[in-house]
Design a protein around this ligand. Sequence first.
Ligand SMILES: Cc1ncc(C[n+]2csc(CCOP(=O)(O)OP(=O)(O)O)c2C)c(N)n1
Ligand SMILES: [Mg+2]
Length: 284
Amino acid sequence: MLRHMLVARGIDEEAGQLQKQGAIDLWLSCQGHEAAQVGSALAVGPAPTVFPSYREHAVALLRGVAPDELVAQWAGRTFCGWDPRRLRFFPYTLVLAAQTLHGVGYSIGQRLQGREDFVVVYIGDGATSEGDMSEAMNLAAVEAASVLFICQNNGWAISKPAGEQMHTSVADRARGFGIESVRITGQDPEAVFAVCARAAAHVRERQAPFLVEIQVERIHGHSTSDAQELYRSPDDIERARATDPVTAYAARLSGLGLVDADWFHLVGAEIRDLRERLIKEFAG
Ligand SMILES: Cc1ncc(C[n+]2csc(CCOP(=O)(O)OP(=O)(O)O)c2C)c(N)n1
Ligand SMILES: [Mg+2]
């Protein structure tokens, strides 16, 4: 898990740098989301079809999307960049919450065709305000669609705080539609893994939807075109940096003696190589 988190962090950092150099047009950082994304993606495994939003970079890499394929869309080179059917990882969806209905529809279609693996839909907190999400949750509940909704709640929809968007949690709202749910924090990948593994078992065994709301602290702003200092307090940004899941997990595993300097050296070399390949491809 730590290796996947470090790789995602390295790719994210490099893409951010490339954007600053003008080599790609835009980047939406997933820094701070790594435990939520790696924990959930490993818990559901490779079989389910994933309908992402637009910043599930750690999930994409785990599914086998190559770093250059991941970045190509943000350089305006392609509409997607990878083969969604082969990887069972659908294109990033920038029209907020559209992927929720795509995912529920896909799940119902799979069942009609006698194929019964489940679907995972990733969504942000702000996107849950879209009507599509309400329709998707209701349809998933009444059709008993095998869909696991994973909401990464960073408390912001660009500059709009979650408190101005909803007076309840996303998890509570799911229950109102008849979908079982749980709300957790997203700093510890092992805890996320355990909860998502139980949620996946629920979807598989009961053939019913489930929603996991994961509270994350995002380190950077919404995108490279966004100045978060204009709306987030210095304390809020500092808290996100201080609770960085990658640093915390690396420190924990080091403290337990499960990883050592040699391991970090090896993984560091692997990440440097991936970053260099990105530089060559987009800024070379
Ligand atoms: C239908 C639609 N309305 C508005 C936008 C503009 N927009 C892009 S991202 C965003 C905020 C989404 O916030 P959230 O769902 O919490 O995801 P986050 O970016 O925080 O991960 C908005 C309003 C859009 N892409 N699509
Ligand atoms: Mg958000």
